[in-house]
Design a protein around this ligand. Structure first.
Ligand code: XIL
Length: 378
């Protein structure tokens, strides 16, 4: 069994032993509640198949690209979606609902409705929450990006946002993506497109971590990025920066890889090795936004071979995380193609999640479940 390396893991493991409100597909609510610990019904769920202290998460669909689609807000309106969200996962990440443009639409106005609802849902379902995100170059409100603020004002704006948002959810967020995507692919700090780094200099990153830690001393504070699955220029930049910050006593606790993968580029075979070197620094690691997109045939339906390849990518990403002691959080970026961001952002690619638009399970779903089970029984 996996050791419970972190206090937060122990707390949530207790929450997970609380009977769920919802039943299972094969048994009614009361039968589900009385199910023996090793019954089929219980292990039908990803979250129950997982080793103790290991969190299996998903993004919670809403905001962002969803606002331009012809369906209502998935999280609040789609019953089937909510049922699966509550049953299958032990961790949830607001896909857009905690980003600046969503939470802080005007300088003097916050909108916490959607974020509050997600945190409350998570608590009702014995789930932990990954907060996403506080310092980023993207999805910032126009009043901020186009405002004419002095350096002092900007610093005060960031500090106030962090104190307000992190303070509101203090004790209820397991991990925060404090800084998101601060390096470009060459491993150079985004000194142009990241407003905070451009205007306030690189030191603002350390300050952000300090302010988050002050507002919620229990939350684990992460750097998060895409294209850092392998040992490469970008992940090397994080490796150097985290060492530097740790040496200065800055409260950095984790490094996470988004893992937006595509079968075009092959699987990052050194993922485990990369996670291990951050683990060796004493950091937690996590996979935070896994999806595996592919070029779709004209029919729009992936071939069996494509499905198999995708399942293999999901399995390998999960196995890499499971193999690393401090990698206790594994999140997929949505569980159904119905709401995936992929077709909207990557032309010609799709079918990136573990369930079809009708919520039918793909081979990738079963690959995750059997891999979790095997790790649990280890
Ligand atoms: C994406 C969301 O899925 C979309 O709904 C939104 O329109 C754009 O952002 N890296 C991140 C995530 O850190 O926040 C991004 O989410 C995907 C890439």
């Amino acid at each position: 069994m996996r050791s419970l390396r972190f206090a937060t893991a122990a707390v949530a493991a207790v929450a997970l032993s609380v009977p769920l409100v919802a039943g299972t597909a094969t048994a009614g609510p009361s039968a589900g509640r009385q199910a023996a610990p090793h019954s089929e019904a219980r292990f039908d769920r990803l979250r129950s198949a997982a080793p103790e202290g290991f969190y299996v998460g998903t993004a919670v669909a809403g905001g962002g690209h969803h606002l331009e689609q012809d369906y209502p807000d998935p999280f609040t309106s789609d019953k089937e979606y909510r049922k699966i969200l509550g049953r299958q996962f032990s961790s949830v990440s607001p896909e857009n609902q905690m980003k600046w443009e969503f939470l802080h639409p005007e300088r003097d106005r916050y909108d916490f409705k959607a974020a509050d609802a997600i945190v409350a849902f998570a608590e009702r379902h014995g789930q932990v929450v990954r907060g996403h995100t506080l310092l980023w170059h993207s999805q910032n409100p126009a009043w901020l990006e186009q405002g004419d603020f002095s350096k002092e004002e900007l610093r005060a704006i960031l500090r106030e946002h962090i104190t307000t948002v992190v303070g509101r959810y203090a004790g209820r967020i397991q991990q925060w993506d404090v800084a998101n995507e601060i390096f470009d692919d060459r491993g150079t700090l985004r000194t142009q497109d990241n407003i905070w780094i451009r205007e306030l200099g690189p030191g603002i990153v350390a300050d952000a971590f300090r302010w988050v830690h002050e507002a919620d001393p229990k939350a684990k504070l992460f750097f998060n990025d895409y294209g850092v699955e392998s040992v490469n220029a970008k992940s090397n930049a994080y490796y150097a920066l985290t060492q530097d910050l740790l040496a200065q006593g800055v409260p950095v606790h984790g490094f996470s890889v988004q893992a937006h993968l595509s079968t075009r580029y092959g699987f990052p075979g050194d993922l485990e090795q990369n996670l291990r070197r951050f683990d060796a620094l004493g950091l937690e690691t996590a996979v935070t936004e896994l999806d595996v997109r592919m070029d779709l045939p004209e029919s729009g339906v992936p071939t069996d071979a494509q499905q198999k390849q995708q399942a293999d990518y999901y399995r390998r990403a999960l196995s890499a995380c499971l193999a690393v002691e401090g990698c206790n959080s594994f999140t997929i970026w949505g569980f159904t193609d119905k709401y995936s961001w992929v077709p909207v952002f990557f032309q010609g690619e799709g079918s990136a999640t573990v369930m079809t638009e009708e919520f039918d399970r793909k081979p990738a779903f079963y690959a995750l479940r059997s891999t979790l089970k095997a790790a649990r029984e280890d």
